[in-house]
Design a protein around this ligand. Structure first.
Ligand code: LMR
Length: 338
């Protein structure tokens, strides 16, 4: 049924981009922007900001319809829908491009690869970021921007002090082989699951725990079904704002230019608010009192870094040794020893 819906919507999408009669030319060009998180998150607010700016800057020639919380499509389906033209814009996590055949994006999932957001920005706004976007063109997709969320914390229904505490836990992950390797390196059992299914899976015990930036944990109410969380900041979660290539290249040049300007401003907005959104979410979860938050000691953090170090080596065959080393170089250029 979902496929029929996809194909119908795609047919409409194609019609939209085919030759427009004068009357249709007056109709606004519609951009469906689908995503899987809540509106009150860095990505949710970024999408809203883009809608506001795009409609203003195109003087209403473009209408942006934002569909949050997997309303239209779940993780895997949304990429198929984009390729078919059933939706025009997405901002999936960088951990979800493997199934599309762009496995190099999983380099962003490597534990502790970004010592801070300065290094992250050097990568997303530098040659590495551009090179990765080029890999999407052959998939009928154009990458417009990188949006930030933040560093992930680990949660479960038992204290997670040392890596050994993860042993045997069923942990929900995004569809990334690098995250699969990360959880196995900790002795946990990784389970790929759509984001919209995680709360219920935690509540019913289908999985024991998961990893998220605080903004996702809080807005999905996962703190209500997780007794413990450790502020590991062991990995990064960010997004690529992507569009259907045929649709984007089919836009009138002036409109595309206005949308690119709107995207630039919305990107700055989304990246500027990301840290504060996560800090606020963490404070709200602490205030809720349903989850015990554990701050790591230096020794504990060193033990987790040691336990997860082999994941970098393992990932060389998947994401490419050269790419990993390029990111190390960006970190070293920012003063870190990798
Ligand atoms: C997840 O699946 O955990 C995240 O990718 C969701 C999101 O888009 O932040």
């Amino acid at each position: 049924m979902k496929l029929v819906k996809l194909l119908c919507a795609a047919a409409v999408g194609c019609l939209m981009s085919a030759s427009l009669s004068p009357a249709q030319a007056q109709d606004p060009i519609v951009i469906k922007f689908s995503h899987v998180v809540a509106p009150e998150t860095p990505k949710g607010k970024g999408a809203e900001k883009f809608r506001e700016l795009a409609e203003k800057m195109t003087n209403g020639r473009v209408k942006i319809e934002v569909y949050p919380n997997s309303q239209l499509y779940k993780d895997k389906e949304e990429l198929e829908a984009l390729q078919l033209g059933a939706v025009q814009m997405l901002a999936p996590s960088l951990a979800k491009f493997g199934p599309l055949g762009a496995k190099e994006f999983e380099v962003f999932d490597l534990p502790y690869i970004f010592p801070d957001k300065v290094v992250l920005q050097r990568v997303t706004e530098g040659p590495v970021g551009k090179k990765l976007f080029q890999k999407l063109e052959s998939k009928g997709i154009i990458g417009l921007a990188y949006w930030d969320n933040g560093f992930k914390i680990m949660s479960a229904n038992k204290p997670l002090t040392m890596p050994a505490d993860m042993k045997g836990l069923k942990m929900r992950i995004q569809s990334s082989k690098v995250l699969d390797a990360q959880m196995r390196a900790l002795g946990a059992l990784p389970q790929v699951m759509a984001f919209s299914e995680v709360y219920q899976a935690l509540q019913t015990g289908v999985v024991d725990g998961t990893e998220n930036p605080p903004s996702n944990m809080y807005t999905q109410k996962m703190h209500e079904v997780q007794k413990h969380a450790t502020l590991t900041n062991h990995g990064y979660l960010g997004y690529a704002v992507i569009v259907n290539k045929k649709f984007w290249e089919g836009l009138p040049a002036d409109v595309r230019g206005q949308l690119e300007t709107a995207m630039k401003e919305a990107t700055k907005f989304a990246n500027d608010i990301a840290q504060a959104e996560n800090d606020t979410s963490l404070a709200q979860m602490k205030a809720a009192g349903t989850t015990q938050f554990h701050e790591q000691s230096k020794e504990e953090r060193a033990a987790w870094m040691q336990a997860l170090k082999p994941v970098h080596k393992d990932a060389e065959s998947r994401v490419g040794k050269e790419l990993i080393e390029e990111i190390y170089k960006e970190a070293e250029a920012a003063g870190y020893k990798m």
